[in-house]
Every structure is written in structure tokens, then in C-alpha cells.
Design a protein around this ligand. Structure first.
Ligand SMILES: *[C@@H]1O[C@H](CO)[C@@H](O)[C@H](O)[C@H]1NC(C)=O
Ligand SMILES: *[C@@H]1O[C@H](CO)[C@@H](O)[C@H](O)[C@H]1NC(C)=O
Ligand SMILES: *[C@@H]1O[C@H](CO)[C@@H](O)[C@H](O)[C@H]1NC(C)=O
Ligand SMILES: *[C@@H]1O[C@H](CO)[C@@H](O)[C@H](O)[C@H]1NC(C)=O
Length: 311
């Protein structure tokens, strides 16, 4: 509380400052006419779905994009509300900047997305490719179209809706994060240059590696895609889907959920962890760097999940 005498003198001081602006007739007009908020022409809030996607694919993908936004917005809001001392924040981000962590989620939800596109017409022919584990689920188009992501048919048959989080053993750290459609699309958006400006890397991928990164190299967590996926799922599980404790699986300490084992240059140690994937994970998502196909461009990496990631 301000003392009354101080308050009076502050009011007097502000009145004294204000007076010249309104009494001097030559005051610049811009001071009086400035709008309270700036709006930018052409801000595109949503990812576009290409006309090559039919009606049912469009509904499915729009729903998935909404789930992606729900995950990211919830993560953003939890970080802004509970800050850097929240034990869940520390678990995934260590002592890294909460402004950097919340800001990435904000870019996903509110960032400008002109030209960012999901398409269903398989323009690069990669949906026809398969590994021993199954056909590709989708891929970033890389230098062929830097804002575009191709969604292949497998996405419609083996991804889970957010409502399945914590049901029937669908636990965080046991199932691959990208099995939830919303978290899968979150990952795909982290390859789009106009959204994340190449700042997101793969420093740690499996669940135990993500936690180890927070404990020992936490400055890297705010650049690590798997950290953003796991934190968003865990926060949503604890606060929305299965409060208060969420559903990190009892076996999550095993390197079983590593569906992103490939190197983007930041670190390469994670590729080996997928080799020890166990039978608790569906076979088609356990293979890592070893499945890279010869047909991918030299600067691209193929996941066991069927995704191609290009620099
Ligand atoms: C859209 O395409 C998928 C995959 O080809 C197909 O299974 C589905 O029946 C199609 N839906 C409509 C409305 O045409
Ligand atoms: C880019 O296009 C070429 C030619 O169609 C194709 O061989 C290549 O796989 C595409 N790259 C990606 C990342 O899809
Ligand atoms: C932390 O970084 C150091 C140096 O880059 C690396 O040797 C180590 O493996 C990293 N630890 C984790 C858990 O990523
Ligand atoms: C942040 O954590 C790292 C270890 O991950 C530690 O070396 C560093 O001193 C910590 N910084 C602060 C400000 O606590």
C-alpha cells in the first residue's frame, strides 16, 4: 500500500507531466491517434489441410491438429502458471529457461503458419515405401517443399486419439509418444522452418534419455523435440486425462518408447538405444537408424516409424 501522502504526490506528479501533452497544440498527432493494439495482415493461425485429403481424412487430421494444439496450449499454460520450480517442469527441462520452453509451445499454437500444409496425395512417392515393420506413416517433405508434410494412410489406422491417454495401458514412456496423433503432429510441426526456425534438434529420444538430459544437460532440453512431446503428454495426463498423477508407465525407465532415434547433428548417441527396444512396443515402431533406406536423400533420415526427416 502506498502512504496517502505519497499517493497524492504521485498523482500530482503525473498530472504535471500530462498537462503539456494536452495543452500544447503542436503535439504530434501520432500520440493521440495511436491504436491500442497492432494487428498484422495475413496472420494464419492454423495448419492448412490440402485439397488432396478427402472429407474423412480432413476431419481426422483437423481433429488431430486440434489435439496437438490442446497438448501444446496446456503445456504452455502450465509452464506460465507454475513456473520453473514446478517439479514436473524440472523433471523434463531441468533448470532451462521456462521462457524458451513455453515459447516453443506458443509458436506451435499461435505462430504464423502461411503455407504450412498437411497433404494426402503422396507427391514424393514415399508412402509406397515400407520397411520390414510396415509402410511409412508420413514424412516431412524437406527441400522438396519446406512447409509441407505428407500424411500416408498408415496414420489413419495406427494413431491414437488423446482420449486414449492413460487408458488400457496406453502409458507415457511405454508407448511411443508419436502413437498419439496429437503428439505425432507436434513432432511433425517441429520440422517446419517457419514455425521453429531450425532450433529443435534430437539430443535425446527415449524416455529415460529425455529425463537424463534434464538432469545433466538441461540447457539442451529446450531444443529437444522428444522433451516437448513427453512434457506435453505428461502435463496433460496429470491435469486433464488422469489427475493427479498421470500415467507414466512402470517400465518407462526402459528404452522402449524411442520412436525418434535418428541424428539431426546435435547429438547422435540416442540411435543406439532403440536397439534394445523390447516386445512391449508394437514391432513397427521399434526400429531406429538402422532402417534408413537408400532411397532417402543424403541429408534425410528415415525413422522406423516411417518418417523421413531432412535437414
Ligand atoms: C478417403 O480416403 C480413405 C483412404 O483412401 C478412404 O478409406 C476413405 O473411404 C475416403 N473417404 C471418403 C469420404 O472418400
Ligand atoms: C523429393 O522428391 C524426390 C523426387 O520426387 C524424391 O525422390 C525424394 O524422395 C523427395 N524427398 C523427400 C524428403 O520426400
Ligand atoms: C551431456 O553432454 C555431454 C557433452 O556433450 C555428453 O557427453 C553427455 O552424454 C550428455 N548427457 C546426456 C544425458 O545427454
Ligand atoms: C543448472 O543445471 C546444471 C546441471 O544440469 C548445473 O551445472 C548448473 O549449475 C545449474 N544452474 C543453475 C543456475 O542452477
Amino acid at each position: 500500500m502506498l502512504a496517502p501522502t505519497l499517493l497524492v504526490s504521485l498523482l500530482a506528479a503525473s498530472a504535471a507531466h500530462a498537462a503539456p501533452f494536452f495543452s500544447v497544440s503542436s503535439a504530434p498527432k501520432v500520440l493521440a491517434k495511436r491504436a491500442e493494439t497492432k494487428t498484422w495482415e495475413g496472420h494464419v493461425a492454423d495448419v492448412q489441410i490440402h485439397e488432396s485429403c478427402n472429407a474423412s481424412q480432413t476431419v481426422y487430421l483437423r481433429n488431430g491438429l486440434n489435439e496437438m494444439k490442446a497438448l501444446a496450449e496446456h503445456a504452455h499454460d502450465r509452464i506460465l502458471t507454475l513456473g520453473e520450480t514446478d517439479p514436473l517442469y524440472v523433471k523434463y527441462f531441468g533448470n532451462a529457461s521456462s521462457a524458451a520452453a513455453s515459447g516453443l509451445y506458443a509458436q506451435i499454437v499461435w505462430g504464423n503458419k502461411p503455407g504450412v500444409l498437411l497433404r494426402c496425395d503422396n507427391p514424393d512417392g514415399n508412402c509406397d515405401q515400407s520397411t520390414a515393420e510396415g509402410k511409412w506413416a508420413g514424412h516431412y517433405r524437406g527441400s522438396n517443399a519446406t512447409e509441407e508434410t505428407v500424411i500416408c494412410d498408415r496414420t489413419y489406422t495406427d494413431r491414437w486419439h488423446l482420449s486414449s491417454l492413460c487408458w488400457d495401458g496406453n502409458e507415457i514412456g511405454v508407448a511411443p509418444a508419436s502413437h498419439w496423433l496429437g503428439a505425432d503432429l507436434l513432432h511433425r510441426m517441429m520440422h517446419i522452418p517457419s514455425i521453429v526456425y531450425h532450433h529443435v534438434e534430437h539430443a535425446a529420444d527415449s524416455y529415460p534419455d529425455v529425463l537424463a538430459l534434464a538432469a545433466s544437460n538441461s540447457s539442451l532440453t529446450v531444443y529437444n523435440q522428444a522433451t516437448f512431446q513427453r512434457y506435453a503428454l505428461d502435463a496433460y495426463a496429470r491435469d486433464v486425462a488422469f489427475p493427479p498423477n498421470g500415467c507414466v508407465g512402470a517400465s518407462a525407465h526402459l528404452p522402449t518408447d524411442d520412436d525418434d532415434a535418428h541424428s539431426h547433428g546435435a547429438a547422435s548417441s540416442s540411435a543406439s538405444s532403440s536397439a534394445s527396444a523390447t516386445a512391449t512396443v508394437p514391432a513397427e515402431v521399434t526400429v531406429g537408424e538402422a532402417s534408413a533406406t537408400a532411397t532417402a536423400a543424403g541429408s534425410c533420415h528415415t525413422h522406423g516409424d516411417g518418417e523421413v526427416h531432412c535437414e
